[in-house]
Every structure is written in structure tokens, then in C-alpha cells.
Design a protein around this ligand. Sequence first.
Ligand SMILES: Cc1cc2nc3c(=O)[nH]c(=O)nc-3n(C[C@H](O)[C@H](O)[C@H](O)COP(=O)(O)OP(=O)(O)OC[C@H]3O[C@@H](n4cnc5c(N)ncnc54)[C@H](O)[C@@H]3O)c2cc1C
Length: 656
Amino acid sequence: MTTTDTRPTTTRPATEYLDPKLNSKIPEGPIERKWERHKFEMKLVSPTNRRRYTIIVVGSGLAGASAAATLGEAGYNVKCYSYHDSPRRAHSIAAQGGINAAKNYRNDGDSVFRLFYDTVKGGDFRSREANVYRLAEVSTAIIDQCVAQGVPFAREYSGYLDNRSFGGAQVARTFYARGQTGQQLLLGAYQALSRQIGLGQVKMFSRTEMLDLVVVDGRARGIVTRDMVTGKIESHIADAVVLATGGYSNVFYLSTNAKACNTTAIWRAHRRGAFFGNPCFTQIHPTCIPISGDHQSKLTLMSESLRNDGRVWVPKTPGDKRPPSSIPEDERDYYLERRYPSYGNLAPRDISSRAAKQVCDEGRGVGPGGLGVYLDFSDAIKRLGKKVIEERYGNLFEMYERITGENPYETPMRIYPAVHYTMGGLWVDYNLMSTIPGLFVIGEANFSDHGANRLGASALMQGLADGYFILPYTIADYLASTKLQKVDATHVAFRETEAEVADRTRRLLDTKGTRTVDMFHRELGKIMWDYCGMARNEAGLKHALDLIPDLRERFWREVKVPGEGNDINQELEKAGRVADFMELAELMCIDALHRDESCGGHFREEHQTEDGEAERDDENFSYVAAWEFTGLGTKPVLHREPLIFEYVKPAVRSYK
Ligand SMILES: Cc1cc2nc3c(=O)[nH]c(=O)nc-3n(C[C@H](O)[C@H](O)[C@H](O)COP(=O)(O)OP(=O)(O)OC[C@H]3O[C@@H](n4cnc5c(N)ncnc54)[C@H](O)[C@@H]3O)c2cc1C
């Protein structure tokens, strides 16, 4: 039984924060009717008129591919862009564990309301209720859509789709395809996209990187791209622009994200007027392979699904260096089961990560450097047999063995928290539109539904909800209600933006300094991890805010980018992305410093309970922080969107 502390927390009247520049456009009415009613009230574009509109979709991961395919199917002209050589290479392919949906196939008490409740609570009451409810509501349709596409979800003997559990839930609602759920879902979205490409309804621009957004008369009307093979810088025009460009965890240099993931698209849009929501909200995932040395450029996730059967423990005694098999049962501390008996090893990610850090800080960590905890499958293998464990997690075990040289069927895995996901992103209203009219942001690129901590298996759900089921309605409403003037690439806004992109590219090549892009990126990542990582405090954040502008200045003076601009040049691509990370990093620290409370993954050391849990301050911080860019080196302006909780009352979050 969950023990939720229902002590009332005082909340300031929402009107105190009302900001004329932020209108979340949440529809009226009871929460379970809002989306249905909104869908009816929104304007439509008739089928014959859709071919008159062109929509740019940047990104072809789960969010972008599902949006582009659906808009193409509906009859719009779609232009879809990706820096990958194929949509199938998007980072979404890496998602292992699963996707949530409130189908209640297990009959274990799940419902749309429970998924909504778990997600709001999991996000530590820092997300918008109406959005989260809609997400839970459309979750069931996603599974039907994917099954119809032939996504090979795991099944039980009865033929029903199988489910497992993820953190922060006491029901089994996670649909999965072994440890390759993202890959299988992406193949489904990709085949739908390919069909539209074949029909000529979607034009796919692979190996094409968006380097800026073009705003005409206050509306998003296009993008400027660089062809990554020829170096050609070009403008592309549309009636609306959708960014589906993923998350920015790589600001930390080391993360579980694919190496190419970056912030450029959303950061450039931010500089053009799109507010950035909760930039400091970062997820640190508890189940990653520990860092093995300075040479490393990437970290590897071990899916949270493993915690369904794996038990997390460390030795009870600090400094105990015996191999795990020599440590008797009564000298082991199964600290998650001990501290959070209701959820045990499936406590949410923020809480499990902090607990791992605490035991390592006490000197009880295992493996080289003492930064690791055990994830042990021996009980599960005894109970279920090796074959069942192999069926459930075989590819993950194989991956672990290849990287570490240790066989997890025989010896416990060693895991440690690592940066994994960014809950922050461009601020969007209920219609997924940013503060620049005509600029929509979907998937991990927006700040939307996860508050201060994302529950496992809910990113795939959100990306596909946005792309298949929400954006296609809301973008139609925008197009049908907006009179757009005709523009072409000779418009001054396009010419100026193109010139700025060309100039920036030239500057990077002309600097001809002595230090590689990676050197700067690694240095930035260390600052971010040390001062804006798993634990943050005022002094550290202020220190980071001294270091980052200095590093940025040195970057532009000393960076060495070999090669030319009119050719394939991966160093040049990296340099542009790291330059943007340098600016974003500063905003993240400003945001983390201003949010003088702990919530979810944002752990300010000054605000914790005696046993090290995060202490929220609802009175002063129950809002989304949406930052407005005012120029580099100038303080950004903070806008607040008040968070009003009518259905899930903010309470002290407990998983005990
Ligand atoms: C290792 C790992 C495992 C995960 N497992 C799960 C899981 O089991 N369940 C779950 O729910 N979530 C999981 N997640 C999170 C989830 O995978 C991501 O949040 C989600 O896939 C993001 O999808 P997206 O479509 O928003 O972005 P992405 O898949 O990152 O796609 C971004 C797209 O944008 C393009 N792009 C970006 N910038 C530009 C630019 N400037 N110009 C042109 N193109 C650009 C890229 O080419 C790509 O096509 C996992 C994450 C990681 C790192």
C-alpha cells in the first residue's frame, strides 16, 4: 500500500503569476472531457485544402516520424529533415525497456486516471495536469496503432500483449519488445513514413541539419539548413514548423544518449523567441554501466525493466572489497527494498539514483573507484530459471557482458546513475505550440508532460502521442485560423538568417585554434556534472556560472576545426553543436540556481529531509519556469506559468 502523506501544502494564488506572454490554452471543463471537447472545438482543414499547406518537420525519431507520416497521410505537403542518413537511425532506436499504456490487460487496477495520477506524482507535481491526463487518455490508442502496424510486442501464452512494470508504478502497464522496444516502434513509424515518402506526400531530407529558424512577422515560416555532404546552406519555407529534435542530455558530455544528440534546433529557436521551459530538469537514470575511465565518450544504459527481477544491493560495511559471492546475505543491504518497501527496486529514477549516490558516498559502493551498486539476478534465476530471464532480457545481458567482460547470469551487474533524459525543453501550450506562433515542438524536445522527473516508459508514449494523435489536430487548428502571407526565399528574413548561419560556420572554420571540440565539450560536461548534476547547491551553481562564459569565450578563441565547409566535416558539425551547448549550459545553471527548492531530479542540497529526500516548496515554486532569451551575456527574463492542481493534490511524495 502506498503511503501518500496528505498534509496540505499551501499554494500561492495562481493569479499572482499570470503572465501575458504565457497562455497555456488549457480547455475548460472537467479533465476527462477537455481533449474530446477541444478536438470538437478546434477548426479543421478540409481534405481538399490540405494540399495547399506545407509543413516542415525537423526530426524523424518516434515523435517526428509519427507526425510526418500522419500529416502526410492526412494530405499535407510535408518536408521532413534529419541529420541522420536514415530516419531509422534516430536516437529513439536506443529505447530498450518499453512504452506505457493504460490498457489494464493485467486487470491489476490500472486505469487512465491511475496512469495520469502516477505521472503527475512521479513528476513531483511540476507538470501541467491537463496535458498529462490527455497523455494517459491517448496512450491506449498508441498500442492499437502500433499493433496494427505489426510492431512485435511481447505476448503471453494466451495471445494477449504482455506487460511488465517500470518505476513509480504498482501496476504492470509497460508494453515491450524484448529490450528493443524503441527500435521496433521506430520501424513501425518508419514504414508509415516510407509509405508517404513513396507517395510523394513527404519529402525526406536526410543528412540535412537545421541550423536556424526563420521567423517572418512573428511567425515561424521556415528553416535554414546545411547539407552535411556538400556543405550547401539553404532556406526552406513552410506554413508551420515542427521541431521533433530530441533531448539535450549531451550537454553533460557523458550521457546515455547517442553521441549526435544535441540542442541546436531548439536552442536556435529559443534565440529567435521560443521560451525555454524548466531547462535544469534533467533525469539521472540509476541503471547505467559505471564510468570506466577518462577515455570514455559515451555511457550505456541498462534498462529500468531489469529492476523487475534484479535486486539492488551494496555491502553493509563501508570498504568491504570481497567479491559479491563471498558476501553473505545478512551482510548485504538491499537499500531500495529497505527504504521503499511499497515500491522496492522499482522506486522512481530520481529517488533510486539519489539512494545509490548516498550509499556510494558512505563508502559502500562497489567496483573500481567505489562508484557502483549491484543489480543481482540470482534470486530471479533461482525462482524462474535462466531461460525465462534470457527471454526477458537476453539482449541486455549480452550487451552488458560485451562491455564489461562479466557474465550477469553468474555475477551481479554493477550499475551507477548517469544522465539520461531532459524533462526541460521548449515551452509549449496545450496545443504543443511554442511562444513563436507556427512553431510546434513535440517529443523530448518540448518541456511538456514529465514535470521534474520522468517515469520510465513514458517518453516513447509521449513522443508517439504527440506525433500520431495530438499535433495533427492542433496544427490543423492553427492553419485554419491563421492568414499567412506568401513568402519565398528572397524575403529579407530568410536572406539574413542564411547569412548569419554562413557567417557562424565560417567563424568556426577560421578560428584555427589549438584545442579540439571534444576537449571543450568534455570540460563543459565536467562543470555541468560537478555543479548542475545529481546534486546542486547555490555556491556550486554560482561557480559554474563564472566558469561557463569563460569557457565559451575560450572556445571561440581557441577551437580547432580542421577541414572545409563544403564537404563532409564531422568536426564542424560537432563544433556548431558544442557552441550551442555552451549557451544552453549557462541557462540551465541560471534555472537551477533560481529554483531554490528540490523537486524530482532537481536536487538542491539545501532542501532535503533528514533522510535525504527532496523537499519541494510549493508555496514559491509551483510553476513552470519559461525563460526568454534577451541576448548572449544578458540575463534571460523569467516567465512563470502557474501550475494548478485540481485532481491530484500536491502532497509530500512518498514511495515508502
Ligand atoms: C538508452 C536509452 C533508452 C531509453 N529507453 C526508453 C524506454 O524504454 N522507454 C521510454 O519511454 N523512453 C526511453 N528512452 C527515452 C526515449 O528513447 C527518448 O526520449 C525518445 O526516443 C526521444 O524521441 P524523439 O523523437 O523526441 O527524439 P529522437 O529519437 O532523438 O529523434 C531526434 C530526431 O531529430 C533529428 N534532429 C535533431 N536535431 C536536428 C537538426 N538540428 N537538424 C536536423 N535533424 C535534427 C535527428 O536526426 C532525429 O531524427 C530511452 C533513452 C535512452 C537514451
